[in-house]
Design a protein around this ligand. Structure first.
Ligand code: CTP
Length: 397
């Protein structure tokens, strides 16, 4: 998910580097907005290198993109750490006079603030009132830790540990029920070359697999997304592997199998390929009025996986998809039950593609079956369906 990290001008600003690292290592896309005073303590170059994103705290550059609104709307979570007493005062009063405060006022994402300052400043009635105002508005404010401060003194005012800040913030953003789960998700449709120009392919856009990857990442999973010929924008996930053909997809999935907890085969895999793709383009002028292509079966990747999981007694949960042309819901369920058994996966997500409406659409309608006999129907956005599938996954791991 996209996390905005605001840094304000206190000595603990250097500790923000640890927060960036923890977030990026869990696959989150981190955009850092330091205040002008924060840059007196820590350099923009360091923040760019660690976050892998540009850092430009100037409200008046890239004005055409209405930066603060774009940042505010794109955020899934905002963290401000460290937060100074001055920042708390300006935020409580709604004084949007820099990029960070403008973004904070333009976002609907949950906000976590981690103050750090001297004990006297933390206990000052002005700070106490500002904290109370912000808390009353639903902003989560961590109490500072007690310990050694900048000088020789000690007391309440230290920035809490980076791990504590990150875990409190992630809890605000989404349920972290998949925290640490390694999930491999395939998305898109394989393309099997005929010659250097042509291929055998299918209509899969990859949207459902991408929605699963994005939502799983938000819920704390370490997602490896294997994409086949996807043109959609990819979400920030732990890692992405691009493949073209079923054979390439099979190689990646097999190689990863012992390193994951869950495999979700959302990709549409071509069942056949040319025995031998032609090295040169077939020339229309040299072909007659009929063309016969010699096709051989591709491996069934999912079937191969579930067989290997059984043989090697691996602890990997498998989710298959089924694209069916069914007469009605009962028929769809019957076909889905048959496919769940045939593929021997733990969960099967079936959709009826009769009308062709699902390919490329943002919405879908599915039946989710589990090996233990559970059946649930869902209709709506691919994102909401992704979360339902992940709920079922969460119940089984
Ligand atoms: N699948 C696979 N390897 C294949 C074909 C399909 O791993 N060669 C996976 C898909 O990723 C999906 C599931 O198997 O998760 C079912 O795909 P589907 O195309 O619906 O099923 P088929 O096996 O092709 O069965 P049928 O055409 O008989 O319905």
């Amino acid at each position: 998910m996209r996390v905005i990290l605001g840094i304000t001008g206190g000595i603990a600003a250097y500790k923000a580097t640890g927060i960036i690292r923890l977030l990026t290592e869990s696959g989150h896309d981190v955009k850092v907005i330091p205040t002008a005073n924060a840059l007196r303590f820590i350099g923009a170059t360091t923040l760019e290198a660690l976050s892998h994103n540009s850092v430009d705290p100037d409200l008046y550059t890239d004005v055409e993109s209405v930066k603060h609104v774009e940042l505010g709307q794109s955020a899934d979570l905002v963290i401000v750490a460290p937060a100074t007493a001055a920042f708390l005062g300006r935020f409580a009063a709604g004084i949007a006079d820099d990029l960070l405060l403008n973004t904070l006022l333009a976002t609907r994402a949950p906000i976590l603030v981690a103050p750090a300052m001297h004990t006297e400043m933390w206990q000052n009635p002005a700070t106490i009132a500002n904290v109370a105002t912000l808390r009353a508005r639903g902003i989560q404010i961590l109490d500072p830790a007690v310990g050694r401060l900048t000088g020789s003194d000690s007391g309440a005012g230290r920035l809490p540990e980076q791990e504590e800040i990150v875990s409190a913030a992630l809890k605000l953003a989404a349920p972290q029920d998949l925290a640490g789960q390694r999930i491999l998700i395939t998305a898109g449709g394989t393309q099997e070359p005929i010659d250097p120009v042509r291929f055998l392919g299918n209509h899969s856009s990859g949207k459902q697999g991408i929605a699963l990857a994005e939502e799983a990442g938000k819920r704390g999973a370490l997602v490896t997304l294997v994409t086949a010929n996807v043109t959609e924008t990819l979400p920030p996930v732990h890692s992405v592997v691009k493949v073209g053909t079923a054979a390439e997809m099979e190689a990646v999935v097999n190689q990863q199998l012992t390193q994951v907890d869950v495999v979700i085969m959302a990709a549409a895999v071509a069942d056949f390929r040319l025995a031998q793709a032609l090295p040169n383009k077939m020339k229309r002028s040299e072909l007659g009025d009929e063309l016969t292509l010699n096709l051989i079966a591709n491996p069934d990747i999912l079937r191969g996986l579930t067989a290997r999981i059984k043989d090697e007694a691996l602890k990997v949960l498998t989710v298959g998809f089924a694209a069916e042309t069914a007469a009605n819901t009962n028929d769809l369920q019957r076909l889905a039950e048959h496919k769940l058994e045939k593929k021997n996966c733990d969960i099967l997500v079936a959709n009826d593609v009769s009308a062709g409406a699902i390919f490329g659409s943002d919405d879908s309608s599915v039946l989710v079956l589990t090996k233990s006999g559970g059946v649930s129907a869902r209709e709506g956005s691919k994102r909401s369906i992704a979360n339902h599938i992940l709920d079922v996954v969460g119940q089984q791991i």
